[in-house]
Ligand binder design. Structure first.
Ligand code: C2E
Ligand code: MG
Ligand code: MG
Ligand code: MG
Length: 279
Protein backbone atom coordinates (compact mmCIF):
# COMPACT_ATOMS: atom_id res chain seq x y z
CA UNK A 1 0.00 0.00 0.00
CA UNK A 2 2.67 2.44 1.07
CA UNK A 3 4.68 1.47 -1.98
CA UNK A 4 1.76 2.22 -4.28
CA UNK A 5 1.17 5.60 -2.65
CA UNK A 6 4.86 6.34 -2.84
CA UNK A 7 4.93 5.59 -6.52
CA UNK A 8 1.90 7.77 -7.14
CA UNK A 9 3.56 10.58 -5.27
CA UNK A 10 6.69 10.31 -7.38
CA UNK A 11 4.57 10.39 -10.50
CA UNK A 12 2.85 13.55 -9.31
CA UNK A 13 6.24 15.01 -8.49
CA UNK A 14 7.59 14.03 -11.90
CA UNK A 15 4.64 15.61 -13.65
CA UNK A 16 5.01 18.81 -11.68
CA UNK A 17 8.72 18.91 -12.31
CA UNK A 18 8.15 18.22 -15.98
CA UNK A 19 5.61 21.04 -16.14
CA UNK A 20 7.91 23.53 -14.48
CA UNK A 21 10.82 22.61 -16.76
CA UNK A 22 8.57 23.04 -19.79
CA UNK A 23 7.43 26.42 -18.44
CA UNK A 24 11.01 27.53 -17.88
CA UNK A 25 12.07 26.49 -21.38
CA UNK A 26 9.05 28.28 -22.81
CA UNK A 27 9.94 31.42 -20.86
CA UNK A 28 13.55 31.29 -22.07
CA UNK A 29 12.33 30.88 -25.60
CA UNK A 30 9.81 33.74 -25.30
CA UNK A 31 12.47 35.98 -23.77
CA UNK A 32 14.81 35.38 -26.67
CA UNK A 33 12.22 36.70 -29.14
CA UNK A 34 10.82 39.46 -26.97
CA UNK A 35 13.25 42.18 -28.07
CA UNK A 36 12.72 41.72 -31.82
CA UNK A 37 8.98 41.46 -31.21
CA UNK A 38 9.18 44.74 -29.27
CA UNK A 39 7.38 43.35 -26.25
CA UNK A 40 9.39 45.19 -23.61
CA UNK A 41 8.36 48.50 -22.22
CA UNK A 42 10.12 50.86 -19.87
CA UNK A 43 8.11 52.23 -16.96
CA UNK A 44 9.29 55.31 -15.10
CA UNK A 45 9.04 55.93 -11.37
CA UNK A 46 9.67 59.47 -10.12
CA UNK A 47 12.51 60.20 -7.71
CA UNK A 48 11.83 63.29 -5.59
CA UNK A 49 13.80 65.66 -3.41
CA UNK A 50 12.52 64.84 0.08
CA UNK A 51 12.87 68.46 1.18
CA UNK A 52 10.55 69.89 -1.48
CA UNK A 53 8.86 66.74 -2.85
CA UNK A 54 9.78 68.01 -6.31
CA UNK A 55 10.57 65.44 -8.99
CA UNK A 56 14.26 65.40 -9.92
CA UNK A 57 14.20 62.39 -12.18
CA UNK A 58 13.01 58.87 -12.80
CA UNK A 59 14.10 55.29 -12.38
CA UNK A 60 13.66 53.16 -15.50
CA UNK A 61 11.96 49.84 -14.66
CA UNK A 62 11.37 47.19 -17.28
CA UNK A 63 8.00 45.56 -17.99
CA UNK A 64 7.23 42.77 -20.45
CA UNK A 65 4.03 42.65 -22.42
CA UNK A 66 4.07 38.89 -22.86
CA UNK A 67 2.10 37.75 -25.94
CA UNK A 68 -0.18 35.38 -24.02
CA UNK A 69 0.15 36.48 -20.40
CA UNK A 70 -0.48 39.78 -18.62
CA UNK A 71 2.06 42.60 -18.26
CA UNK A 72 4.94 40.91 -16.46
CA UNK A 73 7.06 42.49 -13.73
CA UNK A 74 10.81 41.95 -13.47
CA UNK A 75 10.30 39.40 -10.69
CA UNK A 76 8.68 37.09 -13.27
CA UNK A 77 11.59 37.06 -15.72
CA UNK A 78 14.73 38.97 -14.67
CA UNK A 79 16.39 36.04 -12.90
CA UNK A 80 15.81 33.78 -15.91
CA UNK A 81 17.15 36.53 -18.17
CA UNK A 82 20.23 36.73 -15.92
CA UNK A 83 20.82 32.97 -16.04
CA UNK A 84 20.49 32.67 -19.80
CA UNK A 85 22.43 35.84 -20.55
CA UNK A 86 19.39 37.37 -22.28
CA UNK A 87 19.74 40.22 -19.77
CA UNK A 88 22.70 41.57 -21.78
CA UNK A 89 20.76 42.59 -24.92
CA UNK A 90 17.67 43.39 -22.83
CA UNK A 91 19.68 45.64 -20.53
CA UNK A 92 21.25 47.40 -23.50
CA UNK A 93 17.80 48.02 -24.94
CA UNK A 94 16.50 49.47 -21.64
CA UNK A 95 19.52 51.76 -21.32
CA UNK A 96 19.14 53.04 -24.87
CA UNK A 97 15.38 53.49 -24.60
CA UNK A 98 15.55 55.24 -21.20
CA UNK A 99 18.26 57.66 -22.45
CA UNK A 100 16.35 58.35 -25.66
CA UNK A 101 13.14 58.97 -23.71
CA UNK A 102 14.77 61.28 -21.18
CA UNK A 103 16.38 63.36 -23.94
CA UNK A 104 12.98 63.67 -25.65
CA UNK A 105 11.39 64.89 -22.42
CA UNK A 106 14.22 67.31 -21.67
CA UNK A 107 13.67 68.95 -25.05
CA UNK A 108 9.88 68.70 -25.10
CA UNK A 109 9.41 70.18 -21.63
CA UNK A 110 12.57 72.33 -21.44
CA UNK A 111 13.56 70.19 -18.47
CA UNK A 112 17.30 69.83 -18.89
CA UNK A 113 17.83 68.98 -15.21
CA UNK A 114 15.63 65.83 -15.21
CA UNK A 115 17.69 62.70 -14.61
CA UNK A 116 17.30 59.01 -15.40
CA UNK A 117 18.47 56.07 -13.27
CA UNK A 118 18.98 52.76 -15.01
CA UNK A 119 19.62 49.38 -13.35
CA UNK A 120 22.66 47.46 -14.59
CA UNK A 121 22.82 43.74 -13.96
CA UNK A 122 26.14 42.14 -13.08
CA UNK A 123 26.28 40.22 -16.40
CA UNK A 124 25.91 43.52 -18.21
CA UNK A 125 28.46 45.20 -16.02
CA UNK A 126 31.03 42.44 -16.49
CA UNK A 127 31.24 43.07 -20.24
CA UNK A 128 34.69 44.53 -20.91
CA UNK A 129 33.26 47.13 -23.29
CA UNK A 130 30.38 48.32 -21.09
CA UNK A 131 31.87 51.83 -20.79
CA UNK A 132 32.13 52.12 -24.59
CA UNK A 133 28.54 50.89 -24.92
CA UNK A 134 27.35 53.57 -22.53
CA UNK A 135 29.35 56.28 -24.29
CA UNK A 136 27.87 55.14 -27.59
CA UNK A 137 24.33 55.33 -26.19
CA UNK A 138 24.90 58.82 -24.76
CA UNK A 139 26.23 60.01 -28.11
CA UNK A 140 23.44 58.40 -30.13
CA UNK A 141 20.72 59.83 -27.92
CA UNK A 142 22.50 63.15 -27.43
CA UNK A 143 22.06 62.84 -23.68
CA UNK A 144 24.41 64.62 -21.28
CA UNK A 145 26.31 62.15 -19.06
CA UNK A 146 25.27 64.16 -15.99
CA UNK A 147 21.65 63.25 -16.69
CA UNK A 148 22.36 59.52 -16.41
CA UNK A 149 22.63 57.58 -13.14
CA UNK A 150 23.57 53.91 -13.06
CA UNK A 151 22.22 51.61 -10.34
CA UNK A 152 24.30 48.61 -9.38
CA UNK A 153 24.45 46.44 -6.29
CA UNK A 154 27.37 45.79 -3.98
CA UNK A 155 27.54 42.18 -5.11
CA UNK A 156 28.01 43.36 -8.70
CA UNK A 157 31.04 45.37 -7.59
CA UNK A 158 32.35 42.65 -5.31
CA UNK A 159 32.21 39.97 -8.02
CA UNK A 160 35.27 41.62 -9.45
CA UNK A 161 36.13 44.52 -7.19
CA UNK A 162 39.29 45.67 -8.96
CA UNK A 163 38.05 45.89 -12.54
CA UNK A 164 34.62 47.04 -11.37
CA UNK A 165 36.18 49.93 -9.47
CA UNK A 166 38.24 50.87 -12.52
CA UNK A 167 35.13 50.88 -14.72
CA UNK A 168 33.14 52.91 -12.19
CA UNK A 169 35.94 55.47 -12.11
CA UNK A 170 35.77 55.77 -15.90
CA UNK A 171 32.01 56.24 -15.76
CA UNK A 172 32.35 58.84 -13.04
CA UNK A 173 34.98 60.69 -15.08
CA UNK A 174 32.39 60.95 -17.82
CA UNK A 175 30.04 62.60 -15.33
CA UNK A 176 27.74 59.65 -14.68
CA UNK A 177 26.75 59.14 -11.05
CA UNK A 178 26.67 55.68 -9.50
CA UNK A 179 23.86 54.62 -7.18
CA UNK A 180 24.33 51.60 -4.91
CA UNK A 181 20.99 49.78 -5.11
CA UNK A 182 19.25 47.72 -2.42
CA UNK A 183 21.75 48.94 0.14
CA UNK A 184 21.56 47.13 3.46
CA UNK A 185 20.36 43.83 2.07
CA UNK A 186 22.56 40.81 1.60
CA UNK A 187 26.30 41.00 1.84
CA UNK A 188 27.58 44.45 2.67
CA UNK A 189 31.23 45.22 2.06
CA UNK A 190 31.51 47.91 4.71
CA UNK A 191 35.30 47.71 4.80
CA UNK A 192 35.61 48.45 1.05
CA UNK A 193 32.69 50.81 0.64
CA UNK A 194 34.85 53.91 0.94
CA UNK A 195 36.99 52.68 -1.95
CA UNK A 196 34.06 52.31 -4.34
CA UNK A 197 33.34 55.34 -6.48
CA UNK A 198 29.71 55.50 -5.42
CA UNK A 199 27.71 58.74 -5.20
CA UNK A 200 24.40 57.67 -3.70
CA UNK A 201 23.22 54.89 -1.39
CA UNK A 202 19.74 53.61 -2.16
CA UNK A 203 18.32 52.37 1.11
CA UNK A 204 16.35 49.22 0.44
CA UNK A 205 12.58 49.31 0.68
CA UNK A 206 12.58 46.63 3.39
CA UNK A 207 14.02 49.18 5.85
CA UNK A 208 11.71 52.00 4.86
CA UNK A 209 8.37 50.20 4.91
CA UNK A 210 8.67 49.17 8.55
CA UNK A 211 10.46 52.26 9.77
CA UNK A 212 7.51 53.45 11.87
CA UNK A 213 6.81 50.04 13.36
CA UNK A 214 10.28 48.87 14.20
CA UNK A 215 12.86 50.63 16.34
CA UNK A 216 15.47 48.28 14.99
CA UNK A 217 14.78 49.24 11.35
CA UNK A 218 14.78 52.91 12.29
CA UNK A 219 18.21 52.51 13.88
CA UNK A 220 19.53 50.72 10.81
CA UNK A 221 18.32 53.56 8.59
CA UNK A 222 19.99 56.06 10.94
CA UNK A 223 23.24 54.11 10.69
CA UNK A 224 23.03 53.99 6.89
CA UNK A 225 22.36 57.74 6.82
CA UNK A 226 25.39 58.56 8.94
CA UNK A 227 27.48 56.12 6.93
CA UNK A 228 26.47 57.96 3.75
CA UNK A 229 27.23 61.32 5.35
CA UNK A 230 30.65 60.19 6.54
CA UNK A 231 31.53 58.85 3.10
CA UNK A 232 30.31 62.01 1.40
CA UNK A 233 27.47 60.21 -0.33
CA UNK A 234 23.81 61.13 -0.71
CA UNK A 235 20.97 58.73 0.06
CA UNK A 236 17.69 57.73 -1.56
CA UNK A 237 14.94 56.14 0.50
CA UNK A 238 13.25 53.52 -1.65
CA UNK A 239 9.64 52.43 -1.15
CA UNK A 240 8.21 55.40 0.74
CA UNK A 241 4.48 54.64 0.99
CA UNK A 242 3.22 56.87 3.80
CA UNK A 243 3.49 60.50 4.85
CA UNK A 244 4.89 59.30 8.17
CA UNK A 245 7.75 57.47 6.45
CA UNK A 246 8.46 60.56 4.39
CA UNK A 247 8.51 62.79 7.48
CA UNK A 248 10.91 60.41 9.15
CA UNK A 249 13.26 60.48 6.15
CA UNK A 250 13.02 64.26 6.16
CA UNK A 251 14.06 64.28 9.82
CA UNK A 252 16.99 62.01 8.97
CA UNK A 253 17.94 64.48 6.20
CA UNK A 254 17.72 61.88 3.47
CA UNK A 255 18.08 63.83 0.22
CA UNK A 256 15.97 61.76 -2.18
CA UNK A 257 12.84 59.63 -1.95
CA UNK A 258 11.04 57.21 -4.20
CA UNK A 259 7.86 55.24 -3.58
CA UNK A 260 4.15 54.78 -4.06
CA UNK A 261 3.44 57.85 -1.89
CA UNK A 262 4.75 59.99 -4.74
CA UNK A 263 3.95 57.70 -7.65
CA UNK A 264 4.01 54.10 -8.83
CA UNK A 265 6.10 53.35 -11.92
CA UNK A 266 4.27 54.90 -14.90
CA UNK A 267 4.18 54.05 -18.58
CA UNK A 268 5.79 56.63 -20.85
CA UNK A 269 2.56 58.49 -21.61
CA UNK A 270 1.56 58.79 -17.97
CA UNK A 271 5.09 59.88 -17.06
CA UNK A 272 5.02 62.56 -19.78
CA UNK A 273 1.64 63.78 -18.50
CA UNK A 274 3.09 63.98 -15.01
CA UNK A 275 6.06 66.03 -16.21
CA UNK A 276 3.73 68.32 -18.17
CA UNK A 277 1.64 68.87 -15.05
CA UNK A 278 4.58 70.01 -12.91
CA UNK A 279 6.46 72.12 -15.46
P1 C2E B 1 14.95 48.04 -7.80
O1 C2E B 1 15.96 48.53 -8.75
O2 C2E B 1 15.29 48.06 -6.36
O3 C2E B 1 13.64 48.90 -8.12
C1 C2E B 1 12.72 49.30 -7.14
C2 C2E B 1 11.53 48.37 -7.09
O4 C2E B 1 10.71 48.74 -6.00
C3 C2E B 1 10.63 48.46 -8.33
O5 C2E B 1 10.04 47.18 -8.55
C4 C2E B 1 9.56 49.44 -7.87
O6 C2E B 1 8.34 49.32 -8.58
C5 C2E B 1 9.40 49.00 -6.45
N1 C2E B 1 8.85 50.06 -5.60
C6 C2E B 1 9.15 51.39 -5.62
N2 C2E B 1 8.48 52.06 -4.69
C7 C2E B 1 7.69 51.15 -4.04
C8 C2E B 1 6.76 51.25 -2.96
O7 C2E B 1 6.50 52.31 -2.41
N3 C2E B 1 6.17 50.09 -2.57
C9 C2E B 1 6.43 48.90 -3.17
N4 C2E B 1 5.79 47.80 -2.72
N5 C2E B 1 7.31 48.78 -4.20
C10 C2E B 1 7.94 49.89 -4.62
P2 C2E B 1 10.02 46.50 -10.00
O8 C2E B 1 9.76 47.53 -11.07
O9 C2E B 1 9.12 45.31 -9.92
O10 C2E B 1 11.52 46.02 -10.19
C11 C2E B 1 12.07 45.03 -9.37
C12 C2E B 1 13.55 44.87 -9.59
O11 C2E B 1 13.82 44.37 -10.90
C13 C2E B 1 14.32 46.19 -9.52
O12 C2E B 1 14.52 46.53 -8.17
C14 C2E B 1 15.58 45.82 -10.25
O13 C2E B 1 16.47 45.12 -9.41
C15 C2E B 1 15.07 44.87 -11.31
N6 C2E B 1 14.92 45.61 -12.59
C16 C2E B 1 13.90 46.39 -13.02
N7 C2E B 1 14.16 46.89 -14.25
C17 C2E B 1 15.40 46.42 -14.59
C18 C2E B 1 16.24 46.58 -15.76
O14 C2E B 1 15.94 47.30 -16.72
N8 C2E B 1 17.45 45.93 -15.73
C19 C2E B 1 17.84 45.17 -14.67
N9 C2E B 1 19.05 44.56 -14.72
N10 C2E B 1 17.08 44.99 -13.57
C20 C2E B 1 15.88 45.61 -13.53
MG1 MG C 1 17.08 50.15 -8.90
MG1 MG D 1 16.50 49.19 -5.20
MG1 MG E 1 14.90 46.91 -4.08
Amino acid sequence: RAKVLGKARYEVFDTEMHDSVVKLLQLENDLRRAIERQEFEVYYQPIVLVETEKITGFEALIRWQHPTRSLLNPVDFISVAEETGAIVPIGYWVLFEACRQLRTWQLEFSAQSLTMSVNLSSKQFSQPDIVEQIVHILQSTNLDAHSLKLEITESTIMENAESATAMLLQLRDLGIEIYLDDFGTGYSSLSSLHRFPVDVLKIDRSFINTINRSDEKTKIVQVIMSLAQNLGMDAIAEGIETVEQMMQMKTLQCKYGQGYLFSKPLDKNAAAALIASII
